[in-house]
Design a protein around this ligand. Structure first.
Ligand SMILES: [Mg+2]
Length: 169
């Protein structure tokens, strides 16, 4: 079986703008992310991104625009990301078990890549990321500068590079 680090996208890999990000020029990779991903790969982890992209179902942007951002992400991380799962649905349009804190994106990855959940992690910057990871029995790291109410990740980290130091002891 394989071990995996699941990563949220905005606020973990690219800069959280406080709004939807769908233009390539707005999609800025956070410093240290390529290095962090390289370290995880060297340590034998699969890298799977799980991202809520409800702006698609709300008509704010298109799949093609999202894909252009993901192409930039893949290129800037030397194509080391194994898979990007996204959930295009918004609860006001269509309910989806994939939308975090729902777990269907993780469950799909587990089936496809034969992932051992006990050796795997979720890194995110929102309570819904941590909740999703905890529902699946993943160890969790929250990228945040302070604790958030009602959310109890296993660790906090300032950024992905620091999170990787917790994962690779
Ligand atoms: Mg986020």
């Amino acid at each position: 079986m394989n071990k995996c680090v699941f990563l949220d996208r905005d606020g973990v890999l690219n800069v959280e703008r406080g709004d939807y990000t769908w233009l390539v020029d707005d999609f800025k990779i956070i410093d240290g992310v390529p290095e962090a991903i390289g370290k995880l790969k060297n340590a034998g982890f699969l890298i799977v991104v799980v991202t809520n992209q409800s702006g698609i179902s709300q008509g704010i942007y298109t799949r093609a625009q999202m894909q252009a951002c993901h192409d930039k992400l893949m290129k800037n991380t030397r194509f080391l990301i194994d898979r990007i799962y996204y959930c295009p649905y918004h609860p006001s349009v269509t309910a989806s078990l994939a939308r975090k804190p729902g777990t269907l994106m993780i469950e799909k990855a587990v089936a496809k890549f034969n992932i051992d959940l006990q050796q795997s992690w979720m890194v995110g910057d929102r309570p819904r990321d941590i909740e999703c990871g905890q529902k699946m029995g993943l160890k969790t790291i929250m990228i945040a500068d302070k604790a958030q109410d009602g959310c109890m990740p296993d660790h906090y980290a300032a950024n992905l590079l620091q999170a990787v130091e917790e994962i690779i002891l």
